[in-house]
Design a binder for this molecule. Structure first.
Ligand code: PBG
Length: 324
């Protein structure tokens, strides 16, 4: 190492061209997965109050929104369904004519090149709002697995390109992998929410998906925020069970976890830039406290720099537009 004044790091920051030449991390539109909320009905475009610019959309509007994202280079969407009817067992989640199944079919018909991913979880479909079956006041892990597998198969049958289990039951990737295999879908990728934390940052999503638990919370199945070694174990298990892409969620408060997962494993890693992370930026920007586009790009770049290959983000369309 030579020292000042021989060494001057500022030399390479002098112009935009120089900075671009030595840039280490660059986000691309191909990195984005755009979350969408699908509801029953016709011509529904219901704003989600806590997520400015995000809407619950009926199927024809989902197709329009996905088409406009695709047009600016966003290759993939992930679908969350809000059913017309919820019950104890989340039946509409795995019904053949369920809302997500219909949306998948419509998207694949009109936009065959779009990568359609489905979120596999019961919480949007259960009357109690938990991610599994309830037995004596608690979520019954093993009894839930069959339903998650049924849901994943029903999404595959509808034409989904990838399924993404977000429930955090133990063994669910194995159960889904096995069920898919039996139905001839052994080439369907699974993106598992492998290290998903019990986070306060999901607040706005639960408005959007109408999925807040009616009693208790999700700490009995989602991960405890202080833990990172446990995340490594969770990711290793999901890969052994047949996951093709592993996710860390949320992103920003867990960039250390993301970076460690990146170092430890070779599979593609996704990070979920969750609802609370999105809404904080929107709220501060609406107040004039920060520059929306600049902070959005800074955050997305940070997630990529920490090691994400893929970013699930409500900013996907806006960021892709800026990148163009
Ligand atoms: C469903 C699910 C949640 C999110 C994605 N899938 C909510 C939760 O676990 O309560 C959160 C996404 C976000 O906040 O943007 N289990």
């Amino acid at each position: 190492m030579s020292f000042f004044p021989i060494a001057r790091p500022r030399r390479l920051r002098k112009t935009g061209a120089l900075r671009a030449m030595v840039r280490e991390t660059e986000i691309q539109t191909n990195d984005f997965i755009y979350p969408l909320f699908v509801v029953p009905g016709k011509n529904v475009k219901a704003p989600v109050k806590s997520m400015p610019g995000v809407f619950q959309l009926s199927i024809e509007n989902i197709v329009k929104e996905a088409a406009s994202a695709l047009a600016v280079g966003v290759p993939a969407v992930i679908l969350f369904g809000i059913p017309s009817h919820k019950d104890e067992r989340g039946s509409e989640g795995y019904a053949r004519g369920g809302i997500v199944q219909k949306a998948v079919a419509a998207l694949k018909k009109d936009l065959p090149e779009l990568v359609v991913i489905t979120d596999v979880c019961l919480c949007e479909y259960t009357s109690h709002g938990h991610c599994g079956l309830i037995r004596s006041g608690d979520v019954d892990n093993d009894a839930t697995l069959g339903l998650l597998a049924r849901m994943a198969v029903s999404h595959a049958e509808a034409g989904a390109d990838m399924v993404a289990p977000s429930d955090m039951m133990d063994g669910r990737v194995a159960a889904i992998r096995d069920a898919l295999g039996r139905k001839g879908f052994d080439t369907l990728p699974i993106m598992s929410y492998a290290a998903k934390y019990a986070s306060g940052f999901y607040g706005p999503f639960r408005d959007a998906a109408e999925s807040a638990p009616k009693f208790g919370d999700r700490r009995g199945y989602q991960m405890d925020p202080p833990n990172w070694r446990e995340a490594i174990r969770e990711v290793a298990l999901d890969i052994e069970e047949g996951a093709d892409i592993v996710m860390v969620k949320p992103a920003l408060a867990y960039l250390d976890v993301l970076s460690r997962v990146r170092d430890e494993f070779d599979v593609p890693v996704a990070a979920y830039n969750v609802s609370g992370e999105f809404s904080m930026i929107k709220a501060a920007a609406q107040n004039g406290w920060i520059d929306h586009d600049r902070v959005m790009m800074e955050v997305l770049t940070a997630i990529k720099r920490a090691g994400a290959d893929l970013i699930l983000t409500y900013f996907a369309k806006d960021a892709a537009r800026l990148l163009r």
